[in-house]
Ligand binder design. Structure first.
Ligand SMILES: *Cc1c(COP(=O)(O)O)cnc(C)c1O
Length: 449
């Protein structure tokens, strides 16, 4: 059996996410036969190092022994059950764990089945909270420039990446968009903390002006991942928490990409010592095994919905697969790995090596910046190092990086002109250096002519 057996059949019937399918006339789609640890293997025996954790979901490798054992046990016990009027052990245990490990004061867990759905839940819950409290004028949301919160219409509306959003603009609710704290734009010599706190004045002004009609501010703590891995200082989150309290507005922390150890702490919010009113989790939640998301919120929010049925204050939102037993069990097993092994400490060592491996890119004539937050390193390719003029997107330099890296056995998937490393936490030091070497070669190729 060759790769072509499945690539031809795939291209005859499938439609892939975030893909111009015509691209596959010029380069193949790769059928994966099996995964083991950080490695993927195709049907012709080629191996690919999964340097982006399969779209940021895989924390502890493919075919992880502990997760496999847990899931096999769950499979033989209960695969799924309706989650209204019924419950099960894995859903209860996972909720207990999530409440234990997330910032203090988050004491209720609502499940959904992917990141976008979690964002929809948080938006609806926030709005509905104010409504139940008689504040029906609070109907708007504030978001940051360059933010990303998913692809369903509500999530897309509170996002701000033009490539994904602009086409659907006529369908989207109106939101208030504030210039963000993205430190790529700081002055030469200016610290992240200084820039991020300086930029907060724009948020403060907006809150001052619109707070009466605003339900919540939604934010990706520390790293705007889909927005080209742009980063900022925790001080911004601290200021935002204080301001949200002052202006009586909810704070929604979308930790879908940054949660579960990605930024150096278990949750990114910890670095600002804040507790959001809603925390959205998905991606790493199941270790990259199954689709699941959770929205954590406070007792204050929960109580605003808790009343006699006839008052019609209940949150009547559901997904068929809410609280799926297999997915919850994967989540539970994932958290157990964090608690039984010294993952965060090991990540500190790994992120130090990632920083060292990426250091040489700083001097490359077509790199404007190398930045890092925990287990994320990003390399900003530019046309002109002096002016930071970007390559025109039509040139698809990132795609060239992707293709060359794949031919060398490393799966990188640049966002526009930004190459990034976001590996599973079980990666070895040698494998990190391999990623950097291949990325260097791919960059050299991509910037030619
Ligand atoms: C991926 C992502 C989402 C959307 O999650 P899906 O499971 O892809 O719907 C939302 N917010 C952030 C920050 C993300 O990175």
């Amino acid at each position: 059996m060759t790769n072509q057996t499945f690539s031809d059949r795939d291209l005859a019937v499938l439609w892939h996410p975030c893909t111009q399918m015509k691209d596959h006339e010029s380069f193949p789609i790769i059928p994966i036969k099996r995964g083991q640890g950080v490695w993927l293997e195709d049907f012709e025996g080629n191996h690919y190092l999964d340097a982006i954790s399969s779209w940021w979901v895989n924390l502890f490798g493919h075919a992880n022994p502990a997760l496999n054992i847990a899931l096999k046990d769950q499979l033989d016990t209960l695969e799924h059950v309706i989650f209204a009027g019924f419950t099960h052990k894995s859903a209860v245990k996972l909720a207990e764990k999530l409440i234990e490990i997330t910032p203090e004061g988050l004491s209720r867990c609502f499940y959904a089945d992917n990141g976008s759905s979690a964002v929809e839940v948080a938006l609806k819950m926030s709005f509905h909270y104010w409504r139940n409290r008689g504040q029906t004028q609070k109907t708007r949301f504030i978001t940051l420039e360059n933010s990303y919160h998913g692809e369903t219409l509500g999530a897309l509306a509170v996002g701000n990446v033009p490539l994904y959003k602009d086409t659907y603009a006529p369908l989207l609710m109106d939101v208030i968009t504030v210039p963000g704290p993205d430190c790529y734009y700081r002055e030469p010599g200016e610290s992240w903390a200084h820039y991020s706190s300086r930029r907060f004045s724009l948020m403060e002004q907006t809150l001052q002006q619109y707070a009466e009609s605003v339900s919540a501010v939604i934010i990706e703590p520390l790293v705007q991942c889909a927005g080209n891995m742009r980063m900022y200082d925790p001080i911004y989150l601290k200021l935002l928490r204080t301001a949200c309290d002052k202006y009586n507005v909810h704070l929604i922390a979308d930790e879908i990409a940054v949660g579960f150890g990605r930024t150096g702490t278990l949750f990114a919010c910890e670095q600002a010592e804040i507790r959001p009113d809603f925390m959205c989790l998905s991606k790493g939640l199941t270790g990259g095994y199954l689709a699941l998301s959770a929205v954590l919120t406070t007792n204050e929010v929960y109580q605003a919905f808790y009343d006699d049925y006839q008052k019609l204050t209940a949150f009547l939102h559901s997904h068929s697969y809410t609280g799926n037993a297999l997915a919850c069990r994967a989540g539970l097993a994932t958290i157990e790995i964090f608690q039984e092994q010294n993952i965060l400490e090991n990540n500190r060592k790994l992120s130090k090596i990632m920083g060292e491996a990426a250091a040489r890119f700083k001097d490359h004539p077509h790199v404007a910046e190398v930045r890092q937050t925990g287990m994320i390193v990003a390399i900003e390719m530019v046309k002109d190092k002096r002016t930071w003029e970007p390559y025109p997107w039509q040139e698809r330099r990132g795609l060239k990086v992707y293709q060359h890296a794949l031919s060398k056995g490393v799966l990188l998937r640049p966002l526009g002109n930004v190459i990034y490393f976001m590996p599973p936490y079980i990666i070895s030091e040698e494998e990190l250096w391999l990623i950097a070497d291949v990325a260097w070669e791919a960059l050299e190729r991509a910037v030619k002519n």
